[in-house]
Design a protein around this ligand. Structure first.
Ligand code: BDR
Ligand code: CA
Length: 335
C-alpha cells in the first residue's frame, strides 16, 4: 500500500479524492490536512470530518491547516460548491471525530518522516499554502517523499479566470515556491484542468452510481447533482461536471490497475501578477531566473531558482477511473 497524506478543501470533488485515498486497497491514508479554498477553513475541516464519518473512516486524523495565503486574502468558491463547500444533501452525517490540535504542517512532517524514504506520496487537491509551508519549514520532507500529486493549473483553459485554475489562483506564490523547489524535481505530478475535463460525471456515470440504491449512494448522487447544476449555471457545461480532484489520487495508482496515466515532462511556471495571475505556463526545465550570486544555476542546481521537472498528466483510462470510483463507493456502502 502506498502511504498517502491528503491535503484538501472539501469540496464535492475533494470528497471523492478522500473516498479513494481512504478506501482503496492501493493506499494507506495517514492523515488529512485541510486548507482554505472552496470554503472557509472551519467549514472545509468540518466537511472532511463528516465525509470520513460517512465513509466509515473516522479514525483518519484531520488537521486544520492555513486559513489564508501568506500574501493575499482567501478566495472561496461558493458559486460552485455552495456556502458550506459541500452543499446539496441533508444526508451527510455529523462528524463522530474532532479536528486534531497539532499544527497541520508538523503532523504532515511527522507522518511523512515515519514512512520509509521514497515511499510516501503527498496529494494536494486544494490551494498550495500548507504544502509550501511544509517544505519551507521542514525541507527534509521534500527529499523524503516519493511524489507530490497536485490537482491544479490548466494549459488550454482556466476556471476562475479565462487563464487561471482555482487552486493555483488562490495562492500563486505558494504554488510557485513548489514548482521551483529543486528537491521536488521529477517528483511533482500535476493533474491540470485539461486532463480533469476528460473525467465527466455524465448521466451514464450517475446511472451506474444509482444502479443499486442506498442512502449512502443517494447522498453521493445528491452531491454530484448539486455540482452538476452549478457547472451548468456557471460554465454552461451540460455534459456533466469534471470530477477534478480524484484524478490526482488515481495518478498514483500502480500500473497493474490499468489507469494508463500518461504524462509529459516539463517545467511549469506560475504567473503571480497581472491579468493572467494564477496561470500555469509550460517552460523548459531551469528556464526563468537562472542567476544566483552571479553564477548561472539550472533548475536542479540546488538553489531553487528555476522551474523543476514536472510530470504533467495528459491522459488516463477514463473507464478504469470510474471503475475505481465505483469500487470504493461499494466498499464504503458496505461499512
Ligand atoms: C479545483 O478547484 C476546486 O474548486 C475543486 O475542488 C478542485 O480542487 C478545480 O479547479
Ligand atoms: Ca479541491
Amino acid at each position: 500500500r502506498i502511504p498517502v497524506w491528503l491535503d484538501c478543501d472539501p469540496g464535492h470533488d475533494d470528497a471523492f479524492a478522500i473516498l479513494i485515498a481512504a478506501l482503496h486497497p492501493s493506499f494507506n491514508l495517514l492523515g488529512i490536512s485541510t486548507i482554505h479554498g472552496n470554503s472557509s477553513l472551519l467549514k472545509v475541516t468540518n466537511n472532511a470530518l463528516s465525509l470520513l464519518t460517512a465513509f466509515g473512516r473516522p479514525d483518519v486524523p484531520v488537521y486544520p491547516g492555513s486559513n489564508k495565503p501568506f500574501m493575499r486574502p482567501a478566495v472561496h468558491a461558493s458559486e460552485i460548491h455552495g456556502d458550506s463547500g459541500i452543499d446539496g444533501t441533508t444526508l451527510l452525517p455529523a462528524p463522530t471525530s474532532k479536528p486534531q490540535t497539532k499544527p497541520a504542517v508538523e503532523a504532515m512532517r511527522d507522518a511523512i518522516m515515519s514512512t520509509p524514504k521514497g515511499t510516501c506520496a503527498l496529494v494536494v487537491t486544494g490551494t498550495m499554502t500548507n504544502a509550501a509551508l511544509l517544505f519551507a519549514a521542514f525541507p527534509e520532507t521534500a527529499n523524503h517523499i516519493k511524489a507530490i500529486s497536485i490537482m491544479g493549473g490548466g494549459f488550454t483553459l482556466g476556471n476562475i479566470t479565462k487563464t487561471a485554475e482555482f487552486n493555483i489562483y488562490c495562492d500563486p506564490e505558494s504554488a510557485a515556491s513548489i514548482f521551483t523547489l529543486p528537491a521536488l524535481s521529477n517528483k511533482i505530478i500535476l493533474a491540470p484542468l485539461d486532463l480533469t475535463h476528460t473525467v465527466l460525471v455524465t448521466p451514464s456515470v450517475q446511472k451506474t452510481l444509482m444502479s443499486t440504491p442506498s442512502t449512502f449512494r443517494t447522498m453521493l448522487y445528491e452531491l454530484l447533482m448539486f455540482f452538476s447544476e452549478t457547472y451548468i449555471q456557471v460554465f454552461g457545461m451540460t455534459e456533466g461536471p469534471p470530477l477534478h480532484d480524484p484524478v490526482a489520487v488515481a495518478a498514483l495508482m500502480d500500473e497493474s490497475f490499468g489507469m494508463e496515466f500518461e504524462f509529459e515532462e516539463t517545467g511549469v511556471k506560475i504567473i503571480c501578477n497581472g491579468e493572467d495571475m494564477g496561470r500555469t505556463v509550460k517552460v523548459a526545465e531551469g528556464e526563468g531566473v537562472n542567476e544566483h550570486e552571479g553564477k548561472q544555476v539550472l533548475g536542479d542546481g540546488g538553489l531553487g531558482v528555476g522551474e523543476v521537472k514536472v510530470k504533467v498528466g495528459k491522459k488516463l483510462n477514463v473507464a478504469k477511473f470510474w471503475e475505481v470510483v465505483m469500487d470504493v463507493v461499494e466498499r464504503a456502502d458496505k461499512v
